[in-house]
Write a protein that binds this ligand. Structure first.
Ligand SMILES: Nc1nc2c(ncn2[C@@H]2O[C@H](COP(=O)(O)OP(=O)(O)OP(=O)(O)O)[C@@H](O)[C@H]2O)c(=O)[nH]1
Ligand SMILES: [Mg+2]
Length: 384
């Protein structure tokens, strides 16, 4: 039973820094997103705290006065955790933890926790475990210095010796290689599956998290993928065969991207992201109604470049047109902004608006790719 003396682990304070290159609005948007991440994890935000600092304090991330302010709030409200919008170094985590005496996490760890909570399939579970161990590895090294200095501090009985840390590191290293092995076995199966479907045109839905990829997938492929107003509803890709203009093609729904996606997560989700790499066409779905739509698009484009997919054919699908209209009521927005072209189209997946137009544009693209692929295969076949 929970006692009143314990802090409520499901509550949090969010902390963000504002540096000279950021506006207050930008930081508010960032913290909105962090609050949404916390909500997805089942954590209620009690308060947001920001500080204007040119760069993070090396010891406590925020200044000493600010830390005191956070501490008072934590004690008063029995806050369970303090979540920082930027990555903390292992020593920062320890220093802050020592002062605040509650759970301290950063954005990367929160994202890994959400992935862990959401992972349903064997592959997703293994991928998240891998990402988590890779995240822990450097932190374990830091812990040793800390523990050896502390000699029996909070939660440490006597303090482990170096050999124990070395053992821990070896155990984690072994776990990492075992996980990689297990994943490569699963991946081999899907490579064979993928090869058998090689002749078909491949399309992937990509985009920032929560923009409506799965909702659109359900419309186009008549699937029944969970679509909900939470982040990272989709972790595993779903691939379906769809026919438009008599041409069959494969469409896949993939994991969403986010600002500062921990790179361990990107790496461990490599196999999932292979779907994107193998695609002939990407449908970049954008939540057009979101105040940070433009920045989200940039994040997606940059992530694609990092994955080596920067040169792929892209059809931009501006989604949530209905919500955008609601948002701009009373604003002098030009509806002429909204022009469907062969490169971009405006739709509402939930209201099923412009879906037929999308299918026409998509059909044309698929036809072009199909003929180009066919010619390539045919001529390669003749010459080879
Ligand atoms: N108003 C409005 N809401 C939409 C539209 N399309 C999707 N949504 C909602 O947006 C939320 C997220 O939709 P999903 O389809 O799960 O988004 P996703 O991109 O697959 O998200 P992740 O898998 O979490 O990355 C859900 O609550 C949808 O109902 C739309 O056209 N208009
Ligand atoms: Mg989804």
């Amino acid at each position: 039973m929970k006692s009143d003396n314990f802090n409520n682990s499901e509550t949090a304070i969010l902390v963000g820094l504002i540096n000279s290159s950021q506006s207050d609005t930008k930081v508010r948007d960032y913290l909105d997103e962090l609050e949404f991440l916390a909500f997805t994890r089942g954590i209620t935000t009690q308060k947001r705290i920001t500080q204007h600092l040119p760069y993070p304090d090396p010891k406590f991330f925020v200044g000493k006065g600010k830390l005191q302010e956070i501490k008072e709030f934590v004690i008063q409200q029995k806050t369970g955790q303090v979540i920082f919008d930027d990555d903390l170094s292992p020593s920062q985590v320890r220093n802050i933890e020592r002062e605040l005496k509650c759970k301290i996490i950063d954005r990367s760890q929160l994202i890994i926790e959400i992935f862990a909570q959401r992972a349903k399939t064997a592959r997703a579970t293994l991928q998240v475990q891998l990402a988590n161990y890779q995240y822990l590895m450097p932190r374990l090294t830091g812990m040793w210095t800390h523990l050896s200095k502390q000699k029996g501090g909070i939660g440490v009985r006597g303090g482990p010796g170096e050999t124990e840390i070395e053992t821990d590191r070896r155990v984690i290293r072994n776990k990492i290689s075992l996980l990689k092995e297990k994943l490569s076995k699963i991946d081999k199966q899907s490579i064979t599956q993928r090869k058998s479907r090689k002749s078909l045109v491949r399309v992937s839905l990509v985009g920032y998290t929560n923009v409506g990829k799965s909702t659109l997938m359900n419309l186009l492929a008549k699937t029944n993928i969970l679509a909900e107003d939470k982040l990272f509803a989709t972790l595993d890709p779903t691939v379906r065969k769809v026919v438009i203009n008599n041409i069959p093609f494969l469409i896949s729904d993939t994991v969403g991207f986010i600002r500062k996606l921990p790179h361990h997560l990107i790496e461990s989700f490599k196999s999932t992201l292979d779907e994107i790499r193998d695609s002939d066409l990407l449908l970049h779905v954008v939540d057009f109604s979101h105040p940070s739509a433009e920045e989200q698009m940039t994040v997606v484009k940059q992530t694609l470049i990092e994955m080596g997919c920067g040169e792929k054919n892209v059809l931009t699908v501006y989604n949530k047109l209905d919500k955008w209209r609601e948002r701009i009521v009373g604003e002098e927005k030009l509806t002429s902004e909204i022009q469907n072209t062969s490169e971009s189209i405006y739709i509402s997946a939930t209201q099923k608006e412009n879906i037929d137009t999308l299918k026409i544009i998509l059909g044309k693209k698929i036809e072009e790719i199909y003929h180009a692929n066919y010619n390539r295969l045919y001529f390669n076949g003749v010459s080879g």
